[in-house]
Design a protein around this ligand. Structure first.
Ligand SMILES: Cc1ncc(COP(=O)(O)O)c(C=O)c1O
Length: 380
């Protein structure tokens, strides 16, 4: 039998490649974005309790209502923004499913979608499998600032969606209020939908404020927000997330969601809803991760790597241009094999694999692991 791949350019992701290499060489794995410390016992207990209390059958299609109420309350508390728990919030199998479903619900053949590179890797295949085309805008090290004149020059009637991500994986940069206002101005009086990937909304450093699309009224009216409890509550393996959008957009989302997932793991939803009643569970994260970032950066301050401190996410990018001319994929592999530390080369997220000689390290790790990692990086 012969078949033609719908995604001929997609291979194994760099995360799988680097994690496998880390395992083979017994290296410290700062490549993939997941914590190496446990999810909260209190949260685990809430989920167990939900199972014992009978939350074991299908959840409502849009998600457990207690959880949607908790999410709605969070938007009210943090951004003074209202999302109706019944009509404007849907719980998903991680942010990845939310992103895929949003794109499937709106992108048709030959529609164009602007993405900013380096881009998280699930955006482009989701657009392409739905017949769309991505229009990349390349951002550059070290500050990854958006050139809004360039964005303006790419807007055309073919653009159906713009995907943004702040705080930004992989660069650790955040968008300013001015960036959001520029986006709002450029999309005004268009039919462009904005997909705002805000999975790291609770990980913003140095007293900065996360600029959610929901803070800007015109933007909010055309936007989906995607979010991930895996990132927020240190349990990426649970794959629970959600999205929020105005009612009319959410109605279209649910038409697809109900036939590709229908509903997600019920006891986890109820457990997370109970856990979130205490807002400190998410408000304390900025501080928690800032301490990890500062520890990591203090420990490597004498190394030959150059850096600007990450402004958000649990990733730090390090520039190795003073160490070697090797391309970043080769250097990341050599660091894993010869020095015992795995990272992610940024070129894999860039247009035409642009190589800025930068590697991404995940610092959602215990202090012991960060110290061991720093000892190695100081010797490179
Ligand atoms: C920017 C970004 N978006 C989405 C996701 C996916 O989140 P989830 O694991 O909830 O599917 C990730 C995970 O690494 C991410 O970094």
């Amino acid at each position: 039998m012969q078949h033609q791949s719908k995604l001929p350019h997609v291979g194994t992701t760099i995360f799988t490649v680097m994690s496998a290499l880390a395992k083979e060489y017994n290296a410290i794995n700062l490549s993939q974005g997941f914590p190496n410390y446990p999810s909260s016992q209190k949260l685990n207990d809430f989920v167990t309790k939900a199972m014992n209390n009978g939350y074991n059958q299908y959840a409502p299609m849009a998600g457990n209502l207690d959880l949607r109420l908790a999410i709605s309350n969070k938007y009210q508390l943090l951004y003074d923004s209202t999302y109706h728990p019944e009509k404007e919030i849907t719980v998903t199998a991680g942010a990845t499913q939310a992103i895929y479903t949003i794109i499937s619900a709106f992108i048709r053949a030959n529609d164009e979608v602007i993405i900013f590179k380096p881009a998280y890797d699930c955006y482009q295949p989701a657009v392409e499998i739905n017949g769309g085309k991505t229009i990349p805008i390349q951002l550059s090290a070290p500050d990854y600032k958006v050139d809004w004149n360039e964005v303006a020059s790419k807007i055309s009637p073919k653009i159906k969606m713009i995907i943004i991500n702040t705080p930004h994986n992989p660069s650790g940069m955040i968008w300013s209020k001015d960036d959001m206002l520029q986006l709002q101005k450029l999309t005004k009086n268009t039919n462009i939908i904005v997909l705002s990937d805000e999975v790291y909304e609770h990980i913003v450093f140095d007293g900065e404020k996360h600029q959610s699309v929901c803070l800007f009224n015109d933007l909010k009216d055309r936007s989906f927000i995607t979010a991930s409890f895996g990132k927020t509550f240190h349990n990426t393996g649970w794959k629970i997330g959600y999205c929020c959008a105005p009612e009319a957009l959410m109605a279209e989302f649910r038409k697809v969601h109900q036939f590709n997932v229908f509903s997600v793991h019920h006891p986890s939803q109820k457990g997370i809803a109970d856990y979130m009643q205490d807002s400190e569970t998410y408000l304390g994260l900025n501080q928690f991760f800032q301490q990890k970032r500062d520890l990591f950066l203090n420990l490597i301050s004498e190394s030959r790597f150059k850096f600007n401190p990450s402004k958000g996410t649990y990733f730090q990018v390090l520039d190795y241009s003073e160490i070697t001319d090797e391309n970043d994929v080769d250097f990341a592999k050599r660091l894993t094999k010869e020095f015992g530390i795995a990272s992610i080369p940024l070129s894999v997220f860039n247009e035409n694999n642009k190589d800025d000689k930068v590697l991404r390290f995940c610092f959602a790790k215990t202090p012991e692991t960060l110290k061991k990692a720093a000892d190695i990086l100081n010797q490179v």
